[in-house]
Design a protein around this ligand. Structure first.
Ligand code: F6P
Length: 529
């Protein structure tokens, strides 16, 4: 790993990339000219794996810059880092943990507990979806509410939403994450406690939001059931913290395990994925795992030059290092992938938002860009103006499915696809109108396109695993730990002190004048002063 050295900036590849990037940013250089110079650029700068094609040809990449980026990966010992992760080494050093989410989707997993848990999930899904599982009044479960946040929410919510066409039709799945009481209240407003099952999803079982919402959900149920015994029929927990879940009243076969070698934002493949399995059935959940596993195999086995996550990561490292890139837009041309950007924000920004390297030194290059986006075509009518004519350098990942989800929708879907391809074309080529500078579209703006044959569990599993591994490669090159999130802890700690101050149970004089002023005004408007 780069940790054996000081920083990627000390490699010889980095020095060469600095020179090459200057040439690529010369005002006469055009990405479109690369296509004029090479008739088979698309073939040479695209890569297929299963039913997923990555077209990375519309980038500031020449044969030389690409080869140098591959050299950078080698100088940073990427192959050894990949083996270390798959081999279960404790690469999350600040928490002394292995990182083995890949073992969750490996049919030959060395972890028997993974297979046991999948079998337990299957039993639960069968019982709930068949109606054999009854609520406290003897009615079958109609609605499942997942209470969790961050990795215990975003992945399952993304996948359940994206694959709604694969719904088993047995239960409706809902997601509550925000400590804002409105989230739970609005969700429960149309639900019947007799037919509602809650999943408390929390790796730690100490997360404030989940704790508060879990308590409120428990009370909502008890208000109706008037009997503590109802808890066992209406709550399931997924956690590493068995004792806290037991204290809540969830135990036995209602308590599914999680392990410290699964990071929260990498956990949708574990029992944290139970709401997905309930929504789409266990066979489809297994297909999701199979798609992710296929991407794992590709990542572990393909040469760096033909390795999809590696190529995506290297392009991003290039732009962050040399093109003044601070953000990447991810634009799925798919309403079903509405939640993908939010999911990727946690995956990428919680993993890569670090300013010190593994040895605790300041990183020497830009690392961890801002990830943002919304589905196309909607984005075209809001922020695309900035992408086309603004001053920022924002590479775009376009994601599209070749086929419509529903028979009969082919023509409208073709409009969707046409718009997707039109945007990457316009970003690259631009448009010049003589004497009308306001109409000038500069072009020369890079993008990747991920074209996928169809949206199904297998392909979605591959897509998500692709981004997971892309993030890992970036972290290896930047020599940072992608698997901790110490920055998040500070806010959690402070919110407890602020809560006490707002409640009038702790003095405010230790806070700065701004925080004190806000507390005082909120208390006044609360009628507490
Ligand atoms: O936001 C910080 C974080 O620790 C995430 O990494 C995690 O996914 C989320 O909180 C929820 O944590 P838990 O599953 O322990 O409730």
């Amino acid at each position: 790993m780069c940790s054996l050295m000081n920083s990627p900036t000390q490699t010889s590849a980095w020095t060469r990339l600095a020179t090459l990037s200057e040439d690529l940013q010369d005002e006469d250089f055009r990405i479109s000219h690369l296509f004029d110079e090479s008739a088979n650029r698309f073939e040479r700068f695209s890569l297929a794996h299963d039913s997923l094609l990555l077209d990375y040809s519309k980038n500031f990449l020449t044969d030389e810059s690409l080869a140098t980026l591959i050299d950078l990966a080698r100088e940073c010992h990427l192959p050894a880092a990949i083996e270390a992760m798959f081999g279960g080494e404790k690469i999350n050093r600040s928490e002394d943990r292995a990182v083995l989410h890949v073992a969750l989707r490996d049919p030959d997993t060395p972890k028997q507990e993974v297979l046991d848990t999948l079998a337990r999930m299957e039993t639960l899904v069968e019982a709930i979806n068949s109606g054999e599982w009854k609520g406290y009044s003897g009615k079958r479960i109609a609605n499942v509410v997942n209470i969790g946040i961050g990795g215990s929410d975003l992945g399952p919510a993304l996948v359940s939403d994206a694959l709604s066409a694969f719904s088993s039709g047995s239960v409706d799945v809902h997601f509550v994450s925000n400590v804002d009481p409105v989230h739970l209240r609005n969700t429960l407003s149309s639900l019947n406690p007799e037919t509602t099952l809650f999943i408390i999803a929390s790796k730690s079982f100490t997360t404030l939001e989940t704790h508060q919402n879990g308590k409120a959900a428990r009370q909502w149920l008890l208000n109706s059931a008037q009997n503590e015994e109802a808890i066992a029929r209406h709550f399931i927990a997924v956690t590493t913290n068995e004792s806290a879940a037991t204290e809540f009243g969830i135990l036995g076969d209602k308590l599914l395990p999680l392990w410290d070698w699964v990071g929260g934002r990498y956990s949708l493949w574990s029992a944290i994925g139970l709401p997905i399995a309930l929504a789409i059935g266990m066979d489809n959940f297994r297909a999701l795992l199979a798609g992710a596993h296929a991407m794992d195999r590709h990542f572990q086995e393909a040469d760096l030059e033909e390795n999809m996550p590696v190529l995506m990561a290297l392009v991003s490292v290039f732009y962050n290092g040399f093109f003044d890139c601070h953000s990447t837009a991810v634009v799925p041309y798919s309403q079903q992938l509405n939640r993908l950007p939010a999911y990727l924000q946690q995956l990428c920004m919680e993993s890569l938002g670090k300013a010190v390297d593994i040895q605790g030194r300041q990183v020497a290059t830009n690392s961890g860009e801002v990830i943002w986006g919304t589905p196309g075509t909607n984005g075209q009518h809001s922020y695309f103006q900035l992408l086309h004519q603004g001053t920022q350098f924002v590479p775009v990942d376009f994601i599209a499915f070749a086929n419509a989800a529903t028979v009969g929708d082919e023509e409208q879907h073709r409009h969707l696809l046409a718009n997707c391809f039109a945007q990457s074309l316009a970003l690259m080529n631009g448009h010049t109108v003589a004497h009308e500078p306001h109409k000038h579209v500069p072009g020369n703006r890079p993008s990747n396109t991920l074209l996928i044959e169809a949206l199904n569990p297998y392909n979605l599993g591959s897509l998500i695993a692709l981004y997971e591994h892309k993030v890992f490669v970036q972290s290896v090159i930047w020599n940072i730990n992608a698997f901790d999130q110490w920055g998040v802890q500070l806010g959690k700690l402070l919110s407890g002190r602020l809560f006490d101050a707002l409640s009038g149970e702790a003095p405010t004089q230790d806070f700065d004048a701004s925080t004190r002023g806000l507390i005082d005004l909120a208390r006044k408007w609360n009628g507490r002063k």
